[in-house]
Design a protein around this ligand. Structure first.
Ligand SMILES: C[S@@+](CC[C@H](N)C(=O)[O-])C[C@H]1O[C@@H](n2cnc3c(N)ncnc32)[C@H](O)[C@@H]1O
Length: 279
């Protein structure tokens, strides 16, 4: 029978990625990667399943689609073909939002636009319990997955176009967060082959300059937010200046500012809804 070290060495040689080999072997065995050291021999069916997973990964399928799971901040969510895989770049913006919400009393109202798997909303629910949360997603496939990921979290999932969503909340929302599609259509060739082959186009591309969805986010957040409410939205690293212009041009915002990600690249814009505070 094959052993874990031998199979890991085989997978690492094929993938040139030891962490991916570990993840796939653990998945084939049905154990957490940290417990691989406790496995002495790998049964033939698990070794065969692992070999097949390694070949699919070598052919470009994302690891997260092969295991069906992805980590985001403090939560693990289900993902699969047709659903955007949550990225580490988005974690910092989500932390910014959680910090704003932690400073608000009571049960703030939070709307996530372009929710995908629901990872951002799930992290907010886990890390700042007590918010009244809504998550909006256009793709029926992603919406089904988000519904499963958010089951029991109290987050209400709305399937539909963010442009028209949640009119009943207009002027009452404390925080809007979005990681919308933002790659320019003309940049298709620059997108990693694995990404453009396997992840859904509706999650990636947004018009000639990549800013179409961000313009909608600026407009919808302005409609939803109460005076003093916060918005944050992710963008591509080359869009730091243009996204600030989009929010400034939308009107109705103050303190429009851009922020870097963990690699110090421009990554998300934040703004405060201007207007007279009640009371
Ligand atoms: C970049 S993915 C982000 C997913 C998730 N928020 C995350 O960070 O992992 C963008 C998501 O926006 C959704 N989307 C695109 N256009 C939309 C629209 N007009 N209204 C609502 N969702 C939309 C896509 O289907 C996709 O799931």
């Amino acid at each position: 029978m094959a052993t874990v070290p031998v199979l890991l060495a085989d997978g690492t040689r094929r993938l040139r990625a030891p962490a991916e080999a570990r993840t796939l072997l653990a998945h084939a065995l049905g154990v957490e990667p940290a417990r691989l050291a406790l496995v002495h021999e790998v049964p033939p069916d698990a070794a065969g399943a692992y070999a097949a997973l390694v070949e699919r990964r070598a052919a470009g399928e994302p690891v997260q689609y092969l295991t069906g799971r992805a980590w985001f901040r403090t939560v693990e969510v289900g993902v699969g073909p047709g659903v955007f895989i949550p990225r580490p770049e988005t974690e910092l913006m989500t932390g910014w939002a959680i910090d704003r919400l932690a400073a608000l009393p009571g049960d703030p109202v939070v709307v996530e636009l372009c929710a995908g798997s629901g990872a951002i909303s799930a992290a907010i629910a886990a890390e700042r319990p007590g918010c009244r949360q809504y998550a909006v997603e256009l793709s029926p496939i992603a919406a089904r997955v988000a519904e499963q990921n958010l089951a029991g979290s109290g987050v209400a999932l709305v399937e539909g176009d963010m442009a028209e969503a949640l009119g009943e909340l207009d002027g009452t929302v404390d925080l809007v967060i979005a990681n919308p599609p933002y790659i320019p259509l003309e940049a298709w060739e620059q997108v990693a082959v694995d990404v453009r082959t396997h992840e859904p186009e509706v999650a990636l591309f947004s018009g000639a300059d990549g800013l179409d969805a961000l313009r909608v986010v600026a407009r919808v957040a302005k409609r939803l937010l109460r005076p003093g409410g916060f918005v944050c939205a992710e963008h591509a690293e080359v869009q730091g200046g243009s996204v600030v212009d989009v929010f400034a041009a939308a009107g109705g915002y103050s303190q429009v500012a851009d922020h870097p990600d963990l690699n110090d690249r421009p990554r998300y814009v934040t703004a405060v809804r201007a207007g007279k505070l009640a009371g």
